[in-house]
Ligand binder design. Structure first.
Ligand SMILES: [Mg+2]
Ligand SMILES: [Zn+2]
Length: 195
């Protein structure tokens, strides 16, 4: 069989899968699934997309929680997703503080590029669903189609798209609405970049 690369759905965690918290999600007790997120992930699980979380967790680099605590939160999140019929194929975490100068913290595309190499992904047919301008920037820097949701920081961040050259990025109410648009083939055609 010829070698084929798989398209992926990249997902931000906080504000997309989980309710965002201004003071970070520091424990399982603070992790609350966003409305319809588990149902949306169950729908995605039945598709050929690889499903990859790419999340900035600077609270690790800032010394607010140790990396083991962050892993424990993700372990719980993934087990709840599995219990609801969903799957996550890989999780990429940037643990660094904003001033660390790493190549993985979004808006940089490092986590997406690492995932593409590790999982043999077809980035041009992949989609990133995020709630922040930095998610959109990381996606497009990696050659991935970006979609914004209005959950988490998305309502406020959607106002920033036009001024930053991302007026072509579609915006949906939540993860389920974005997933339905993708699976029903209703995502607007990718606009040719004028840059
Ligand atoms: Mg977010
Ligand atoms: Zn990093």
């Amino acid at each position: 069989m010829p070698f084929t690369r798989s398209p992926a759905i990249f997902l931000d965690r906080d504000g997309v899968i989980l309710e965002n918290r201004e003071d970070y999600i520091k424990s399982v007790a603070e992790a609350v699934f966003a409305p319809r997120a588990l149902e949306a992930l169950a729908r995605l699980a039945a598709t050929r997309y690889r499903i990859v979380i790419a999340t900035n967790q600077s609270l690790i680099g800032r010394g607010i929680i140790p990396v083991a605590a962050a892993r424990a939160i993700n372990h719980w999140v993934l087990s709840e997703i599995g219990r609801a019929g969903g799957r996550i194929d890989a999780v990429y975490i940037c643990p660094h503080a904003p001033d660390a100068g790493c190549t993985c913290r979004k808006p940089k595309p490092g986590m997406l590029l690492d995932a593409a190499a590790d999982l043999a992904l077809d980035l041009t047919n992949s989609i990133f669903i995020g709630d922040a301008l930095t998610d959109v920037q990381a996606a497009e820097a990696a050659g991935v189609r970006a979609v914004l949701v209005r959950t988490g920081r998305g309502w406020e961040q959607a106002q920033l798209l036009s001024a930053n050259g991302f007026a072509h990025v579609p915006v949906y109410d939540d993860l389920m609405a974005a997933v339905e648009a993708i699976l029903d083939g209703k995502l607007p055609h990718a606009k040719a970049q004028s840059r």
